[in-house]
Design a protein around this ligand. Sequence first.
Ligand SMILES: [Zn+2]
Length: 123
Amino acid sequence: MRNGLMSKNRRRQKNKDLSKKIAEERILLLFERAEQNFKTHPERTRRYVTLARLIGMHYRVRPAREQKRRICKHCYQYLVPGNNCRIRLKGGMILTTCFACGKMSRYPCRGTSPTETLQDETP
Ligand SMILES: [Zn+2]
């Protein structure tokens, strides 16, 4: 998997698709890191989220639905249900309340079953 390291020509369309894929993988990795560091180093998670957002913007990669819900729209806090955010299901929408800024974000809940996406930890 070390091909392409010697050439610096990255202007081909094929490479563009490849870099997009790499960007997606990097974003996924950053989210994994954020998840792992949340308990031990919560202050780091914001950095991971910021990096993930920057990569996404640079390569024009859209975050996955699951990833989108894990970031506060308002303050870009990494959200962990039951820890720093509250999640409620209302009329086919997922309502996320961020404890860092206190604001709510809404996401449509179509097509996915709420049990396999996010656990509703509020009574
Ligand atoms: Zn927030």
